[in-house]
Design a protein around this ligand. Structure first.
Ligand SMILES: Nc1ncnc2c1ncn2[C@@H]1O[C@H](COP(=O)(O)OP(=O)(O)OP(=O)(O)O)[C@@H](O)[C@H]1O
Ligand SMILES: [Mg+2]
Length: 233
C-alpha cells in the first residue's frame, strides 16, 4: 500500500453564503484506515464530507491520493478514489437495483466490484436485482447506496450516518459488510452521531464541535470523560 494518504484536508474553511461552517479543519486518512467522525447535530460532519467535492465554498487545500482537488470539478475526487454514501440513502427510486448499481460505475478505476460482488455482500439485493428502488425497505436502500458507491472502486468510502433510522438487525448486517469492505483494503470514513457504531467499525476517531476539529485519536479514548466533555455529544 502507498504512503500517500487517500484523503488530506489542510486548513480547510467551508462557507454557506457568508456563514463560516468549518474553521481550519486538518486531517489525513491513510490507505486502509478506518476512521469515525463524530459530533453533534450541526457540528459540520456532512459539510466536511461535501467539502471534498467543493460544496459549499471551500478554502484551504484538499488532496485525494496526493492530487489537489480544491477547485476541481466534482467528479474528480471520485475518479481519484473517494466515494460518498450521502446522508438519507439516496437512490434512484424509478430504476431497478441493478440499474442503480451500474450507474455507480462512474470512474475508470480498476478493481473487482461488479453487481455480482455487491450481491454477495448484500444477498437481499441479489434476490431483488430487478425490483425498483422505491419497492425496497429502508435497510435495502441503504445497502444499495453503499453498493452503488463501491462500484466506483473507491480507495476511501465515506458514509454519512448510514444506520440512521434502521433496525438493529439491519445495522448488524451493515457492520458485517463494512468489515468485509475494509478487509479488501478500502479505507472508511464513517460519520455517526452515536459512538457505538464508530467503536464497532473504526480504529480512530475525529471529533467536530461547532465546525472545528476538537479530537483526533484512537477509538478507545472515546470513552474517556475528558474526551467526551471536549466533544460535548
Ligand atoms: N444548505 C445550507 N445552507 C446554509 N447553512 C447550512 C446548509 N447546510 C448546512 N448548513 C449549516 O451548516 C452547519 C453544519 O451542518 P452539517 O449538515 O454539516 O452538520 P452535521 O454535523 O452533518 O449535522 P447532522 O448531525 O444534523 O447531520 C449547520 O449549522 C447547518 O445549519
Ligand atoms: Mg449531517
Amino acid at each position: 500500500m502507498s504512503d500517500v494518504p487517500v484523503l488530506e484536508l489542510e486548513g480547510v474553511h467551508a462557507f454557506y453564503g457568508g456563514a463560516v461552517i468549518l474553521q481550519d479543519v486538518s486531517f489525513a486518512i491513510a490507505a486502509g484506515e478506518t476512521v469515525g467522525l463524530v459530533g453533534r447535530n450541526g457540528a459540520g460532519k456532512t459539510t466536511t464530507l461535501l467539502s471534498v467535492y467543493g460544496v459549499p465554498r471551500v478554502t484551504g487545500e484538499i488532496r485525494v491520493d496526493g492530487t489537489r482537488v480544491t477547485g476541481a470539478p466534482a467528479h474528480k475526487p471520485t475518479s481519484l478514489g473517494v466515494s460518498l454514501v450521502p446522508q438519507g440513502k439516496r437512490i434512484f427510486g424509478n430504476l431497478t437495483v441493478e440499474e442503480n448499481l451500474l450507474l455507480g460505475r462512474a470512474s475508470r478505476r480498476r478493481g473487482s466490484w461488479t453487481p455480482d460482488a455487491v450481491y454477495e455482500l448484500f444477498p437481499n439485493l441479489g434476490r431483488g436485482r430487478d425490483r425498483s428502488g422505491t419497492s425496497l425497505s429502508g435497510g435495502e436502500q441503504q445497502m444499495l447506496a453503499i453498493g452503488r458507491a463501491l462500484m466506483a472502486e473507491p480507495a476511501l468510502l465515506m458514509l454519512d450516518e448510514p444506520t440512521e433510522g434502521l433496525a438493529p438487525v439491519i445495522i448488524d448486517a451493515i457492520v458485517v459488510a463494512l468489515e468485509e469492505i475494509r478487509s479488501r483494503g478500502t479505507a472508511l470514513l464513517l460519520v455517526e452521531q452515536h459512538i457505538s457504531m464508530i467503536q464497532r467499525v473504526a480504529t480512530r476517531y475525529l471529533a467536530l464541535r461547532a465546525g472545528r476539529l476538537v479530537g483526533d485519536g484512537p477509538v478507545a479514548q472515546l470513552t474517556d470523560r475528558a474526551v467526551q466533555e471536549q466533544i460535548a455529544l
